[in-house]
Design a binder for this molecule. Sequence first.
Ligand code: UDP
Ligand code: MG
Length: 198
Amino acid sequence: MLNIILFGPPGSGKGTQAALLVAKYNLEHTSTGDLLRAERAAKTPLGLQADKYIKSGELVPDGVVVGMIHNKLTEKASEVQGFIFDGFPRTVAQAEALDNLLAERNLKIDLLLSLRVPEEELVKRLLERGATSGRKDDRDESIIRNRVVVYETKTAPVADYYAKQGKLVTINGVGPLEVINQALCEEIDAVNTSTYSS
Ligand code: UDP
Ligand code: MG
């Protein structure tokens, strides 16, 4: 099993890079943002509850997203080679819950890869994405800036939490997609090799 958290602010390229990594390492892509949007599209009670948070760029309550991850692990953990968590955990409480859910299954996070991108580049990228993606939270600069603030205040401490476990690696997220992908792969391969040799 290889379990990776792909971390970084909104617009840092997590979804794009996750797609490349799941294909290369045969991992299960787990994006809570995508799961929440699917619930909303299906008009489930959970999706309707999540909508008001997504609209304003605030975080959906911990219990809701942890519940979705619990379901995902129960469904998939026995049949996949590992998970890439994209956009989760978003709070330290979620990180603790994730570690517990994994530990109950004798699993753990191997690596947190954090993509570093300056705020002005994030805003530019998200507004560009908003022009085509249909995501309303990518069209409004004030919602985008709020998401960045929420990231800095509530989510960035998750990197410190995993740094204390010796699992944080920061990667420059500005530049050609292939170069960033290469840098991520080198870090994953380093962890994979040490797993095999120990
Ligand atoms: N969201 C959340 N918790 C999650 C994932 C998503 O609260 O674990 C909500 C939050 O309102 C966020 C929105 O969904 O602003 C979009 O999240 P996503 O991860 O898709 O956005 P990205 O950071 O990739 O642009
Ligand atoms: Mg995303």
